[in-house]
Ligand binder design. Sequence first.
Ligand SMILES: Nc1ncnc2c1ncn2[C@@H]1O[C@H](COP(=O)(O)OP(=O)(O)OP(=O)(O)O)[C@@H](O)[C@H]1O
Length: 600
Amino acid sequence: MLVLAGPGSGKTLVITERTRHLITEYGINPANILVITFTRAAATEMKERFLRLMGGKSSAVTFGTFHAVFFMILKHAYHYQAENIIREEQRVSCMREIIKRHRLEYEDESEFIAALLGEIGLVKNSGISLDHYYSTNCGEEVFRRVYSEYHEYLYAHHLIDFEDMLLYTWELFKERKDILAAWQKKYPYILIDEFQDINQIQFEVVRLLAGEQRNLFVVGDDDQSIYRFRGAKPEIMLRFEREIPGTKTVLLDTNYRSQANIVEDALNLIGHNKERFQKRIRAALPAETGVEYAVFEDQRKENLRIIRDICDAVERGKSYRDFAVLFRTNTQPRLLMEQMMEYNIPFRTRDRIPNLYEHWIAKDIFAYIRIAQGSRERRDFLQIMNRPKRYISRDSLDEDTVAFDVWEWYFREAEQPWVAERIVTLEHDVMQLRRMNPFAAINYIRKGIGYDEFCAEYADYRRIRADELYDVLDELQESARGYEDYDGWFAHIENYTRELERLYQSQEKQSESVALSTLHSAKGLEYENVYLIDVNEGVMPYKKAVLDQDIEEERRMFYVGMTRAKKYLHLFSVKQMNQKDADISRFIAEAGERLSPPCR
Ligand SMILES: Nc1ncnc2c1ncn2[C@@H]1O[C@H](COP(=O)(O)OP(=O)(O)OP(=O)(O)O)[C@@H](O)[C@H]1O
């Protein structure tokens, strides 16, 4: 059976109730029931809810994630132990070795390693042949070598990773019919939550496990599938009725969470997707509150409005907990966080928000400024001497401190006058920087010294968009605006970084706070008031989304965001972002013509 369920329709309840029903009404042995979820947190939550439903009695029903269930199967077949699962830090150190061996260039090591590991996972999850895979991080040949050396490492150390668990289980079931039959006998009743997020290999294993009986009960919302970048294939759900003959489909068409206006606008929006089950969803709650749409001059003003709303509501006795601010990428809320700190509004972040000032680009800019302020430390020079490319060798700096004239002379001696000239220019440039305020200095480093060009070349080499790097620079420049001198700006950065650390250490205890979350991490949650910020082209939909299917995924993400709101939904756009004109997102018009007109 396929249960198509809209947002806020009580999906978890359906699975726990059905499990109870199977046991109490049909006398099914609990040990024969397998309930699969996508995250460990969801599995625990599901199990707890089920146990409460059963009056707290323990039960032999198996609740687990795909990985936990598949590992259990492998454990029986191959006697794997927990130690055979590669740990995250082992994966990272293995990759570090590989990229060192191949002398791959990168700016931010952890970002590069995470990107490569993500690609390896994607290839394995989606079953794409390595020969036809186009890496977005390095050349194809290099990627193939990285891929195979990673696997040699796993093999040599008797380790498997999360993707292997799926692949090996599939291979086991294909090759050992006896083992498959035993598991089919053990689990004749299979229930799966969040089915829209399933990937090809998971589905193949489930199909084998379900066997001829095909006693599968899957629940999901194709409109909330937002993990395509990790290999999720919502089309599996769309094809389910065809692939599993005899499927009955049921629609859970009532949204118990959101006020009717919110449901209506969210449905208007998602109706623009073509690849989906058409479904009519009705709201159980009346249209007492509305959806607010507003446009602000810039992000600072947008944030201030949110801060004012929250302060007013708290004064009226509301709780910080009732508020959530949602955004597309984890770099978006930096300014909001700074402003919330100024107004002492407690907040918690569901994602690790990267500190802009720890980005490698920020470190380059700081090194330039330190040199302008008089630093002659070798490491500051090493950091920026070839950004932009000046073809300066490391050997030319063998002292702990640097003197421009000695350095210049080194290249004149080496009969490389063109490099000596570049050193003269660098000295001139840092003298210029000395007199500037931080905002003007960043501008000079970018346009005058040529740092933007360096970023463009680097982006080309890494196969990333130069825009992504320019965004970091724009943001840095924005943050420097208004500071008269370097010391004032640096003091602010130090303060912000300290506050951020303090926040991460204390936020577990901070439930009385505003939730800041990416759209991805907000899945499954609900709040009284939801603000979706920067609803602008380039942000939502994200600029990387080009193909129709990418835009559809972006629209689903936006839909997930909208449907997190119980009472009040605010869709906020800005006219300018980092001093550049920003277009209002197409999603605003798609969500509803009857939205109130821009009020600011
Ligand atoms: N039958 C019901 N009657 C009244 N309220 C319900 C019912 N089922 C669920 N709810 C309430 O509706 C809200 C949404 O339920 P739940 O979070 O289980 O939905 P969901 O289908 O998992 O949603 P989503 O996929 O959007 O995360 C919750 O506040 C829940 O208590």
